[in-house]
Write a protein that binds this ligand. Structure first.
Ligand code: FES
Ligand code: FES
Length: 172
């Protein structure tokens, strides 16, 4: 995946990243994932593929999880983005998802982890339930090359319990 800066026309992009305004003149063909990593210096956002299938680049943009490699930076102009660095629990400490991944040893190399946590954050935030099927569906766009899915699902269930998310959504 090229950053694509070679001689491209430039445009000004302003994005609020974890509450901090980041503004820069960037090539029109710069991908949002590169804006986050190189301009905003947010390193939890990873590039794990060049086919938009791994989910390692997932962030929450304007309240919805997106794969940041599928957008140009200018498409996020004026938006608000939340990444793993910006997640907080209600007491200002770790978010229950972060705690659960730590407690369940739900990572090996950790490359996929930020994207998986942001995907689950979005899923639970939209009323997703903690059923096996719901969690598996929510995570179908995120790959873990260390194949740690058993502990990832355990962590998701543990976080759901702490967040008081039912195993099955109302009306499902
Ligand atoms: S880097 Fe975005 S889906 Fe793989
Ligand atoms: S923990 Fe290594 S890719 Fe998921």
């Amino acid at each position: 995946m090229a950053t694509g800066n070679g001689g491209a026309e430039k445009t000004r992009v302003r994005v609020t990243v974890n509450g901090r305004l980041v503004e820069a003149e960037v090539p029109v063909n710069m991908l949002f994932v590169h804006f986050l990593r190189e301009v905003a210096d947010v390193k939890s956002v990873h590039v794990g593929c060049d086919t938009s299938h791994c989910g390692a680049c997932t962030v929450v943009l304007n309240g919805r999880a997106v794969k940041s490699c599928t957008l140009f930076a200018f498409m996020a102009d004026g938006g608000e983005v939340l990444t793993l660095e910006g997640l907080r629990g209600s007491d200002g400490g770790l978010h229950p998802l972060q705690e659960a991944f730590h407690e369940e040893h739900a990572l090996q190399c950790g490359f996929c982890t930020p994207g998986i946590i942001m995907t689950l954050y979005d899923y639970f935030g939209r009323g997703g339930d903690a059923s096996e099927e719901g969690l598996r569906r929510a995570l179908e766009g995120n790959l873990c090359r260390c194949t740690g899915y058993v502990n990832i699902l355990r962590a998701a269930r543990r976080a759901a319990a702490r967040l008081r998310i039912p195993r099955k959504g109302l009306g499902v």
